[in-house]
Design a protein around this ligand. Structure first.
Ligand SMILES: Cc1ncc(COP(=O)(O)O)c(C=O)c1O
Length: 446
């Protein structure tokens, strides 16, 4: 179909999928008399813990058994950036430490480490990404070579929802164990806990950035494990454009350690996220319980019950939302295969992605031609995006185009197509037609 014949549609990039279910639950929370961190946030934390452990969203986390089993496992916060920063702070990341971050990610991954005073060391991605999934995954040989006595954490990023090769990453950090020296306690509660955590882990920690990958899994040697139950620490994002949203929001989780009670770790997250205050607002409402102490001059990044209400209903709908994303991806896959465009493989070789982003790479085009495609698609009403301009190319990270050749090569012909659950089948067909027309124009030099 030519541009002349097509009726123009407006295709937004990633609008939130909010129904009356979420709206009514938010209204109930607003009317309940408790709007900040409280019962809805705690319930969402337990339900997320159950989901991460089982892949199921229907486990009853309000009965005694559910409460006991899934408490103190997940902490809901106001963003993934805060979640990652608290993960690193609990781990004791500080000045003098090195944290390895892929060059191909969003700024939050690196910024959280910088906020803690650490030095970020960028690792390039594999040339053209992972050979099977095509995801822009870090170069693991380079990762191995970069680990020094100063390295305290590596932050793999599950870009687009595709789970990184955590078996390989674990193998590398275990191999480099001899270089690792755990920090010592300075005698205060936070460094005391961090020191015990570092001693229990006993190697460079794997602190996963799963901002895109809630619900994604990896099956290895017959065992399926969901994001959140793979790395030592994990952060998730519930930002407005994510598969699962609370408008703004995020969560932290970690793998339980034999040496340390989960409730102690959970309590430290609460303290770090609420000014180091040893009683939260709910605890202070108990009769005569006004008095509190401040353990440390810490941060303010707790989740409110108003937004947790959105999350509870999004979780009820999440399996269906993931399925719809797969349907859309299948249509895009067919079109891209026909047009000779490379795309990510979200469901291959034991990897089950959360289907967050649809990245395509058009062979043989320059960065300028890529930008022209984006503009021409926008003229036809189709919003696209680029995930990501490699971080080292950004001003804050040194504005260096040449040091990370694979990341740059991956980015220059990359376009992210709109993938969200408000797209109708007709919208998806329209995006495919516009892509084919625009590509034809570019390939013919029009
Ligand atoms: C890879 C990655 N990490 C971290 C974040 C930060 O998420 P948030 O906005 O919830 O802080 C994002 C947000 O887009 C992201 O894409």
């Amino acid at each position: 179909m030519s541009n002349m014949e097509k009726e123009k549609r407006i295709i937004r990039f990633s609008p939130p999928d909010i129904t009356d279910l979420e709206i009514e639950e938010v209204a109930r929370s607003l009317k309940s008399g408790w709007i900040t961190t409280g019962p809805r946030t705690k319930l969402l934390e337990r339900r997320l813990a159950a989901y991460i452990e089982t892949g199921r969203t229907d486990i009853d986390c309000e009965n005694d058994e559910g409460i006991e089993k899934y408490k103190d496992r997940v902490v809901c916060l106001n963003s993934a950036t805060a979640a990652e920063e608290l993960n690193l702070r609990i781990l004791g990341i500080q000045e003098g430490d090195e944290v390895i971050v892929p060059a191909y990610t969003y700024t939050a991954t690196a910024a959280a480490a910088i906020h803690c005073g650490a030095t970020v060391k960028f690792v390039d991605i594999q040339k053209n990404g992972n050979p099977v999934t095509h995801a822009p995954e870090m170069d693991y040989d380079q990762l191995e070579a970069m680990i020094t006595e100063k390295t305290k954490a590596v932050i793999p990023v599950d870009i687009a929802g595709i789970v990184c090769d955590y078996e390989r990453i674990l193998e590398i950090v275990k191999k480099k164990k001899a270089l690792f020296t755990p920090m010592e306690s300075k005698g205060d509660p936070l460094t005391d806990l961090s020191s015990r955590i570092q001693k229990a882990i006993g190697r460079v920690a794997v602190v996963a950035d799963c901002a895109h990958s809630l619900g994604a899994s990896r099956t290895f040697q017959g065992k399926t494990t969901y994001c959140g139950a793979i790395a030592d620490f994990t952060s998730f994002s519930f930002h407005a454009v994510k598969n699962f949203t609370t408008a703004e929001g995020g969560a932290s989780t970690w793998l339980p350690l034999d040496e340390i009670d989960n409730s102690e770790i959970y309590k430290m997250y609460q303290l770090l996220s609420l000014h180091g205050q040893n009683k939260d607002a709910l605890a202070k409402t108990k009769i005569g319980a006004w008095e509190y102490d401040i353990i440390g001059p810490w941060y303010k990044c707790n989740m409110t019950d108003v937004v947790a209400a959105i999350g509870l209903k999004q979780l009820d709908r999440y399996q269906g939302l993931l399925e719809r994303r797969v349907e859309i991806m299948k249509k895009y896959d067919e079109t891209c295969d026909k047009l000779g465009i490379s795309h990510l493989n979200h469901h291959v070789e034991g990897i089950d992605s959360s289907n967050h982003l649809y990245l395509i790479r058009v062979p043989g085009i320059s960065e300028k031609q890529r930008n022209a495609i984006i503009e021409k698609m926008a003229e036809q009403g189709v919003a696209t995006n680029v995930h990501y301009k490699p971080l080292p190319m950004m001003t804050a990270y040194g504005n260096d185009c040449f040091a990370y050749q694979n990341a740059y090569g991956y980015y220059e012909n990359l376009i992210t197509l709109p993938l969200h659950t408000l797209l109708t089948d007709e919208d998806v067909d329209y995006v495919c037609e516009v892509l084919a027309d625009v590509l034809n124009e570019i390939r013919n030099g029009i």
